[in-house]
Design a protein around this ligand. Structure first.
Ligand SMILES: NC(=O)c1ccc[n+]([C@@H]2O[C@H](COP(=O)([O-])OP(=O)(O)OC[C@H]3O[C@@H](n4cnc5c(N)ncnc54)[C@H](OP(=O)(O)O)[C@@H]3O)[C@@H](O)[C@H]2O)c1
Length: 241
């Protein structure tokens, strides 16, 4: 089994409510399975359960090469959406393209509002999955299509933002956010049940795959943190005991 934890993932043993357990998908080994619950529960609950991404819509994923981003690209494609991503290097954008992203924006060189608008014939993004928070909110509103949805799951850039409410009204924007950890056990179980029903078959068929950058022994946890902080990874970094 693998599990969606409520924290404490560095422990050697952990207790979770039964509703947070998932059968390891067929064809996935136990270590690789550790890469699945957190990212796919986060992506599914935000992009699908909250933002309601539909076939044919445009999904913009910030940090496309992150653990969350690599899962979001694949879920977006599996649902029949066009996927746009931001990432910080050409090599990472290429990895995103291999996973199914179509519109690629190097956030160091280009403005994602301009690139996504141009690539979609002015339409913009129907759903934005955001990890940057404050500094990206105004531009996330600018890139939004009519009736667009922004779902904020991280504040890597900061928590404060100033917003022109005209931009919210203009597109009938919906701005939401969530923290998986803050969901009750029943709330987590509801997400896990949907992920088992809808995502696990995609993993078992090979349409969606875990993206693991490297696996390190627990004794090298400091090295794992160094890799993450330096941004050297694409997807997940796993620790084993
Ligand atoms: N709310 C929830 O329930 C929940 C659950 C899980 C995770 N999260 C959050 O989701 C975020 C991603 O987690 P993770 O583990 O997948 O992270 P990660 O693998 O460490 O990746 C962080 C990403 O941030 C990107 N980034 C940095 N500056 C950026 C910018 N200016 N524009 C666009 N992207 C930028 C990096 O892109 P480059 O490497 O290309 O520079 C990198 O891909 C974190 O903030 C985490 O706390 C939230």
């Amino acid at each position: 089994m693998c599990a969606l934890l409520s924290g404490g993932g560095y422990a050697e043993r952990v207790a979770v409510p039964a509703g947070q357990l998932l059968q390891v998908p067929a064809g996935v080994d136990l270590v690789t399975a550790a890469a699945l619950p957190e990212v796919f529960c986060t992506v599914w609950s935000n992009v699908v359960m909250t933002a309601g991404l539909r076939k044919g819509e445009v999904l913009l994923v910030h940090g496309g090469a992150s653990g969350i981003g690599t899962a979001a690209i694949q879920i977006g494609r599996a649902l029949g959406a066009r996927v746009a991503v931001t990432a910080g290097s050409a090599a990472k954008l290429e990895r995103c393209r291999e996973l199914g992203a179509e519109i690629l924006v190097n956030y160091r060189d280009d403005d994602f509002v301009e690139v996504v608008r141009e690539a979609t014939g002015g339409h913009g993004a129907d759903v934005v999955l955001d990890i940057m928070g404050g500094p990206y909110l105004a531009r996330n509103l600018d890139v939004l299509a009519m009736d667009g949805r922004i779902t904020i799951i991280g504040t890597l850039g900061g928590r404060d933002a100033q917003v022109n409410l005209g931009a919210v009204m203009k597109t009938r924007a919906r701005v939401t956010g969530s923290l998986l950890r803050r969901r009750t056990p029943a709330g987590k179980a509801a997400v896990v049940a949907e992920v088992c029903e809808h995502v696990w078959p995609l993993i078992e068929s090979g349409a969606v795959r875990p993206v693991v950058d490297r696996v390190l022994p627990m004794a090298q946890a400091a090295e794992a943190h160094r890799v993450l902080e330096a941004g050297e990874h694409v997807g997940k970094v796993l620790l084993t005991t």
